[in-house]
Design a protein around this ligand. Structure first.
Ligand SMILES: Cc1cc2nc3c(=O)[nH]c(=O)nc-3n(C[C@H](O)[C@H](O)[C@H](O)COP(=O)(O)OP(=O)(O)OC[C@H]3O[C@@H](n4cnc5c(N)ncnc54)[C@H](O)[C@@H]3O)c2cc1C
Length: 223
């Protein structure tokens, strides 16, 4: 198994729960947009604790970017990341992951589950291939929406937000239901990309199947 020691170039909150961490990109660290690596913290007590995180930067960038939701109450790796600062070190491992772009379709994300779609959509933009791709993004509150401005710029009206815990003018309210999907999606015979917490993933897959989506068209990762 490969491992790469990298230095934190910057680390700060982009939403109340999510840290943006930028590290130097090791030579030979190649990946396809949507892929992840296992990360551990280069401190004696934390070396063996590896957790999967997705690269949100583009393969051609000379840095690696991660967007990481922190869970202080679990006292695990993401809590420890909250105590790190510039020049502290992380260890990256092999690249893996279920999500890669397979063609135009609908990206459905819950919270930090949007991370594999960040690199994919940025990559499509660079290649001028955003086309009719759309992103349905479920969050608790407006403050939790990761990269809202950037997604607006990338996708325009094909970026649709839904909030479960806050009613805000111009934003859908509630959960992603069959009705919500029917209101927002014209074609159910295209690619569907799902990423989010386990209950949401289970529900989304069942709902899409009820709407006639062929399972071969569903690409998913559970966070
Ligand atoms: C392929 C892949 C890519 C991913 N990419 C990203 C990404 O880019 N950004 C991102 O934010 N996340 C991502 N995730 C999710 C991320 O890996 C987890 O959030 C992370 O591993 C949590 O690590 P942790 O050590 O803080 O907590 P954990 O290892 O989840 O938990 C530590 C301990 O807390 C307890 N615990 C676990 N779950 C709960 C719970 N629900 N409630 C209470 N206690 C609990 C358990 O005792 C556990 O041992 C990805 C996941 C996968 C599979």
């Amino acid at each position: 198994m490969k491992s790469y020691t990298v230095k934190i170039e910057s680390i700060y909150h982009v939403t109340p729960d999510v840290l943006r961490i930028v590290v130097n990109k090791p030579l030979w660290f190649d990946f396809e947009p949507g892929r992840a690596t296992e990360i551990s913290i280069n401190k004696d007590a934390w070396l063996k604790e590896k957790r999967p995180f997705t690269m949100t930067s583009l393969p051609e960038n000379n840095f690696l970017e991660f967007m990481i939701k922190t869970y202080p109450e679990r006292k695990g790796v993401t809590n420890e990341l909250l105590h790190l600062k510039k020049d502290d070190e992380l260890i990256l491992h092999d690249v893996f992951g279920a999500i890669a772009y397979k063609g135009e379709g609908v990206f459905i994300a819950g919270g930090a589950g949007v991370t594999p779609f960040i690199s994919i959509l940025r990559d499509l933009k660079v290649k001028d291939k955003i086309g009719k791709n759309m992103l349905l993004f479920a969050n608790k509150t407006k403050a939790d929406i990761l990269l809202e401005k950037e997604f607006e710029n990338l996708l325009g009206t094909a970026f649709v937000n839904i909030l479960s815990d806050e009613q805000v003018d111009g934003y859908s309210f509630g959960r992603i239901t069959e009705e919500f999907l029917k209101e927002n999606i014209e074609n159910f015979n295209q690619q569907f990309y799902l990423c989010g917490p386990p209950p949401m993933m289970k529900e989304m897959e069942e709902t899409l199947k009820n709407l006639g989506v062929n399972t071969d068209l569903i690409t998913k990762e559970t966070y």
